[in-house]
Write a protein that binds this ligand. Sequence first.
Ligand code: ADP
Length: 386
Amino acid sequence: MSIKILFVDDETRLQTLMMQKFRKEIFTKKYSLVFAQHGAEALEQLQADSEIAVILTDLNMPIMDGLTFLAELKQYKETSDRIITPIVVSAYDDMTNIRKAMNTGAFDFLTKPIDMQDLLLTMDKAISHNRQLQHAQEQTRLAEEALRITNEQLEQRVQERTAELEAFARTVAHDLKNPLSNIISSAEFIIHARSELSEAHMLRFISLIEESGRKASQIIDELLLLSTVNRTKVQSTHLNMSQIIEQVQNRLSFMIQKYHSHITISEEWPVAMGYAPWIEQVWINYLSNGLKYGGRPPHIELGATRLNDKDQIRFWIRDNGLGIPAEAQNDLFTEFTRIGERKVEGTGLGLAIVKRIVEKLGGEVGLESQVGYGSEFYFTLPCEKA
Ligand code: ADP
């Protein structure tokens, strides 16, 4: 791009001389030259033409001399944020004014009569200085712009997170309110109608209170577990998966018998890294779901596959349930998501807990399911370190 240079001098001869001297640069579009006869005119030109980058100014001029012009220019640069590099031209022995000019923001000076070689060198120096400043200014502008965008994105993220938290709080409140309302209304009913209630009726209401109390307490326990997983730092160790699964079967033995389920468990387990108490909880949640939502009777299979390309092991559980429609699969791991049968006991927090635990341990969760063909839920964990 051509550099625009403004010559400020009351000698019109200079104009012709410079046009001549720089005709090659003008022809090749390296420079373009503009002229003013005194400081005031130069200021007007600057305001009208944003491309002027370098100024060559005389000191002795009518109307507005060079030093006044430099002082005005300095102010103009500050207010307009423009990068303009001024060079002064002065008599050889005019040291006092040259010093003043340098103190008023001149980048360099030339002495009269102007030596062409000197002029070219000084001009090149001024231009490269100007370019460096322009570049720095552009970098700053880009950095400021990037910062502004990051801030905006951050602000938006905060708003989204706040909205999510509010939605979460609403759902928690709603899900807790159901069992609590049952407790209150059952208790009120017993208080008011106790004289007319048969013992069997009374027992039914008390059972409802007990059941609802348990449900509320379970929601609270699971919410606490969710937040514990978030806040707790644990050390991953080698997992003995056979032992963990045995423990899971013991904990769920009542449910396993109740559903008359058939469970097939892999004999060999590859060693993965994780935190045993949490992985036990993951299996508990997956297996209890397999029992609750599996076929009647449930046929469940547990196993593992090594994912060679990823240094991860995929642990899976397959059931013979109804399967899950594709459009419902994405949300299942989100808190309080439940689909289908509402009659089955649950809080909608089990899979959210699984996801949080597994991701905290460096793995992923997911499922593959087709309506009518059962489901496979899985989680991955890092392999044993070599
Ligand atoms: P909960 O079982 O307490 O409702 P979860 O978060 O464990 O909560 O599961 C969320 C929902 O996902 C369940 O309500 C159920 O609709 C569905 N689901 C989970 N596991 C299975 C499965 N193995 N087969 C079919 N549906 C399932």
